[in-house]
Write a protein that binds this ligand. Structure first.
Ligand SMILES: [Fe+2]
Ligand SMILES: [Fe+2]
Length: 333
């Protein structure tokens, strides 16, 4: 069976009848202290919308609270002031997703992930420092780690928030660092590239990306920097004679890569590679996030996007049309 209705195709008054992910379930008891309403979201790879199942029988609460996928019947009944839609659901029946790899339900990278993994492996082969290459291999020679690294998202919102996003982001950061290393001859290329590959490995445990993409409890409680340090620490302990000073530099670079205390780094970048990695990371996160906003707004009729909280600004959406016109004019001359 093929999924016919996608969240981004739903509009006001559309009748809903398809299989969706059920998430963020919350039950609220009305003032009469008896009637229970179920508030939740229905989602697939194209997005999510709010849904309400009014007047749920109390003996169904436990069962409904555990549903991951359901055949949902109902209708889009409301468009809120912020233009988001709300569905009123009349029937919710637990089921299995329509495809085993959840490809209709989780957003996916458009890149060829096998090629990107090959890119990472050839970078690892290019590392000449024995200890650094060994450290990288201790992670990437483990098929379970490699599989998770290939599937994890880079984030749940903002930049590369889809399966394969972590791999895409890592390859971009590595490529930026490679250029940085070519410009500044003082930079130790092996160390910078190693840290670029490892900087976000904690994300394989910060997020769940099996059936739904969300933070894990570990991710919420510790965050990917702390998880990453723990992973690197464990590997270094299992390696033979990894130099202590190199271990400190690697850990410092990993934990300072967000560059600011308020963004979760407990130390500010204090070595050359750490400052380079921080800006390479920031560059890809911001540029990729920007591209994401433009893609999401491609059908938006206004010149300026809505307010983007993480950029603290609206972005100008017309640049492509202007640049294209100027290029065409130049070609005619
Ligand atoms: Fe990070
Ligand atoms: Fe990153």
């Amino acid at each position: 069976m093929v999924k016919k209705q996608m969240v981004d195709n739903l509009s006001l008054n559309t009748k809903i009848d398809d299989i969706f992910i059920i998430k963020n379930v919350e039950f609220r008891v009305r003032r009469d202290k008896r009637t229970i309403d179920m508030f939740f979201k229905i989602a697939d790879k194209t997005g999510e919308i709010e849904a309400i199942n009014w007047d749920v029988s109390s003996d169904k609460v436990e069962e409904l609270g555990k549903i991951e996928f359901a055949r949902v019947q109902g209708q889009i009944t409301k468009r809120k002031i912020d233009r988001t839609l709300q569905a009123t659901v009349s029937s919710l029946i637990k089921t299995t997703p329509l495809n085993e790899d959840y490809s209709d339900y989780l957003p996916q990278s458009k890149e060829n992930l096998d090629e990107l993994m090959d890119n990472i492996f050839s970078k690892i082969d290019s590392i000449e420092n024995y200890h650094l290459q060994n450290l990288l291999k201790s992670f990437f020679d483990d098929p379970e780690f490699a599989q998770k690294f290939k599937r994890a998202p880079a984030a749940t919102k903002v930049h590369q928030p889809y399966l394969g996003g972590l791999l895409e982001h890592t390859v971009n950061v590595v490529d930026i660092c490679e250029t940085v290393g070519n410009i500044y001859k003082e930079m130790n290329r092996d160390f910078l590239i190693t840290m670029a590959i490892l900087h976000d490995i904690g994300k394989i445990r910060e997020y769940a990306y099996d059936k739904a993409m969300e933070h894990t409890d570990e991710g919420k409680l510790l965050g990917h920097i702390t998880i990453g340090i723990e992973m690197v620490d464990q590997k270094i302990k299992s390696l033979d004679s990894f130099p202590k000073d190199l271990e400190l530099m690697a850990k410092h670079t990993l934990l300072s890569h967000h560059g600011h205390f308020e963004f979760g780094s407990p130390r500010l970048p204090s070595i050359l590679a750490a400052i380079a990695l921080h800006y390479a990371d920031e560059m890809d996160a911001k540029v990729s996030g920007f591209i994401n906003i433009k893609e999401e707004n491609k059908d938006f009729k206004e010149k300026w996007s809505k307010w983007i909280w993480w950029l603290e600004r609206s972005i100008y959406l017309d640049e492509k049309a202007i640049l294209k016109n100027k290029i065409n004019e130049a070609e005619k001359k």
